[in-house]
Design a protein. Structure first.
Length: 149
């Protein structure tokens, strides 16, 4: 059974866009948790009462780590198998999409929400189709991505 090229293109673009949001959040959150955990451990060495701070920090760290792993697995599952040319084209299209979204000042999480909504509830036109219709450079880029799948 052959999967619709439009659906594969939307999945590839969504996965790439989600990855671009995911990576900075994980690095930033990981660094913040590391600093907080280090500070908490240092405070515990000063007084045993600081265990009251360390316990929630450890719990938050475990929740963060679990969420990060689950999101990484979801992104990996969402991303379709791609050739090098497809990856390059998808990355180029996502670059254009980000520039356009920055120009119209749409927050990234709203774009990601709309892309995920298109995946879960496919309809006549997708958000990318709608957005690329308003920007002529995106239209040709998205058609290139669809043609590669």
């Amino acid at each position: 059974m052959k999967i619709n090229p439009l659906f594969l293109a939307v999945r590839a673009v969504s996965a790439e866009f989600a990855r671009r949001i995911y990576v900075p959040v994980v690095y930033g959150g990981g660094i913040a948790l590391f600093v907080l955990l280090s500070l908490s451990i240092w405070l515990v060495t000063m007084s045993g009462w600081w265990w009251l701070l360390l316990a929630p920090v450890i719990l938050i760290g475990l929740v963060f780590l679990t969420a990060a792993i689950l999101v990484q697995l979801a992104i990996a599952k969402l991303r379709p198998g791609q050739t090098a040319q497809q990856k390059k084209t998808v990355r180029g299209f996502v670059d254009s999409l980000q520039k356009t979204s920055e120009a119209i000042s749409t927050p990234k999480f709203i774009i990601l929400f709309r892309l995920v909504k298109d995946l879960l509830m496919p309809g006549k036109g997708s958000y990318i189709d709608e957005l690329s219709g308003t920007a002529s450079s995106l239209r040709s880029g998205f058609k290139d991505v669809i043609n590669l799948f």
